[in-house]
Design a protein around this ligand. Structure first.
Ligand SMILES: O=C(CO)[C@@H](O)[C@H](O)CF
Length: 524
């Protein structure tokens, strides 16, 4: 890592499920410092697995809030010990795992405002939380609360039109409703409810940071069109909830200056600005510098699609969030559980567990697979809710098997056609300048990316997004420095490294796509 003293910079934080990570980005948008603390490895006393505790019911999933606090202490002490020059930090922002919630006990704001620089944060915040184990996005214990919320506002589609999503168990409003119903005393002793993102910002601010529009639209509580809390949704979840949430703010807001604790203990400049923290996926959209009309495809264990939308069409699949870098626009998120899991299973079954054999099958079969279509869901799919393997011949008859190479192409083409169909369902339309940014493990396979380019009819680029949420947070901190000047985010980050072209659509791809899409209703 290059020398990291004396370089004016912004910090980007990510309070994710398994770790707290930080990057320092200089004025030329180069990352010159990064560090992380892994909860399972570095904070053994909390006994987490993958950063969480899965409860005996198999549905409730929580993380200890003091583990997150202590992880921040460790990183800051490591940075200090390494000689990091905090005096050069102009601004900071960050991200948090979406949907998780933190419950600050009455009196916490006074403690936050008067922290002693002689002590670590976790030594002073021990008694500041009304519950110590916070619900996180992997929780699925609030189905009853989801049905109750949907019934209150007129059904799943009505809730989706209002808040951007139908009710989901992990969404914060339903989690708050469960806490109020099962632990009313803790709820009554709660002065503030934060998301993981605004909780982290509060630590740096020395006061309760507001929830930003983008992460706030992952709660089933925020009206995504006019960016205010839905009174109907608040009332359905718990009493006096609006005062515990505070007013939401635009994601590009400067929410204040860093607290004196960090100035005195670590040497941050008193004028260091704190820009509203947001959710990890919105921050990743910023880190990938997605622009209007672009798509980001994360080909990981599960596949995730990020879309930049101007006019969203909320549906019962996927999520519409307020856009983190342009308050007038939106972003959409589609999660597909049968991502790499399915690709690896088919590779093992048909290509001798070899990606090069897998690629040979894609190279030896033609685009469009002679009309054969396949959809493969070995675990219950999220988008849509379906399970099993389904194959259709060119005559649109369901068949029980394909030759090995046809099966491999059918898997990949089917996965990407389903993504395109659902993206279009959310209001996505290919624009002349549209590009796809591919990330995640499978984005290293060029033959898979060629199929992606052919199915969407757009060029596919690859970019290093290992730290996309952190880097996006640092970019957003730089954007916060330009607050009030109307400088667009894209202008602030134009110096950032450009993605590399990996695949362009094969000539004739559009004719094949039109033929296939008539059969793909199955996957939508
Ligand atoms: O639930 C999710 C998005 O809706 C996950 O991607 C979490 O944000 C991961 F932290």
């Amino acid at each position: 890592m290059a020398e990291h003293t004396g370089r004016r910079c912004c910090l980007g934080w990510d309070f994710s499920t398994q770790q707290v990570k930080v990057v320092a980005v200089d004025a030329e948008l180069n990352v010159f410092y990064e560090d992380s603390v892994h909860f399972d490895r570095d904070l053994l006393e909390f006994g987490t697995q993958g950063g969480v505790h899965v409860h005996e019911d198999g549905l409730t999933v929580t993380s200890p809030v003091l583990m997150w606090v202590q992880a921040l202490d460790i990183i800051l002490e490591k940075m200090k010990a390494s000689g990091f020059d905090f005096s050069q930090v102009l601004a900071l922002s960050g991200a948090g795992q979406q949907h998780g919630s933190v419950y600050w006990k009455s009196g916490a704001s006074q403690v936050l405002a008067s922290l002693s620089p002689d002590l670590l944060l976790h030594e002073q915040l021990q008694a500041c939380f009304s519950i110590s184990d916070c619900p996180v996005w992997m929780d699925s214990s609030t189905t009853a609360q989801c049905r109750q919320l949907e019934a209150t506002v007129g059904g799943a589609q009505a809730l989706s039109c209002l808040t951007g999503s139908r009710a989901y168990e992990r969404f914060t409003g339903n989690q708050i409703a469960k806490l109020y119903q099962q632990n009313p005393e803790a709820y009554s002793h709660t002065e503030r409810i934060s998301l993981v993102s605004s909780f982290a910002a509060s630590l740096f601010l020395g006061s309760h940071s507001p929830i930003d529009y983008s992460d706030g639209s992952g709660m089933n509580l925020l009206r995504i069109q006019d960016k205010i809390w839905s009174q109907a949704c608040l009332g359905a979840c718990a009493p006096h909830l609006e005062e515990k949430l505070g007013l939401p703010v635009p994601s590009c807001s400067v929410v204040g200056a860093i607290s004196s604790y960090f100035v005195q203990r670590y040497g941050f400049p008193p004028g260091c600005k704190v820009v509203a923290f947001t959710g990890d996926n919105p921050a990743s959209l910023a880190g990938m510098r997605l622009e209007e009309g672009d798509i980001a495809v994360s080909l990981g264990t599960s596949d995730t699609l990020f879309l930049w939308l101007q006019e969203p069409t909320p549906t019962l699949e996927g999520h519409i969030f307020c856009n983190p870098v342009d308050p007038q626009h939106y972003m959409a998120l589609l999660c597909f559980k049968n991502g790499s899991l399915m690709r690896e299973k088919i590779r093992d079954e048909l290509a001798s567990s070899s990606w090069s054999e897998f690629s040979k099958a894609l190279q030896s079969t033609e685009m469009g697979n002679s009309g054969n279509l396949g959809f493969y869901f070995d675990v219950m799919e999220i988008t849509p809710e379906i399970i099993g393997r389904h194959r259709f011949s060119a005559e649109n008859h369901e068949v029980s098997a394909f030759p090995w190479d046809v099966e491999i192409r059918a898997l990949i083409e089917g996965q990407f056609m389903a993504k395109k169909i659902h993206a279009e369902g959310l209001g996505y339309r290919v624009m002349p300048k549209t590009k796809i940014l591919a990330t995640g493990g499978a984005s290293h396979n060029r033959d898979i990316l060629q199929v992606l380019a052919d199915v969407f009819g757009t060029p596919v680029y690859v970019t290093d997004t290992a730290n996309s949420a952190c880097v996006g947070s640092a970019y957003r901190a730089f954007h916060g420095l330009a607050a009030g000047t109307d400088v667009p985010f894209s202008e602030v980050v134009k110096l950032a490294p450009n993605p590399r072209l990996a695949a362009a659509p094969t000539p004739g791809a559009s004719q094949v796509r039109d033929h296939q899409s008539s059969f793909v209703a199955f996957a939508s």
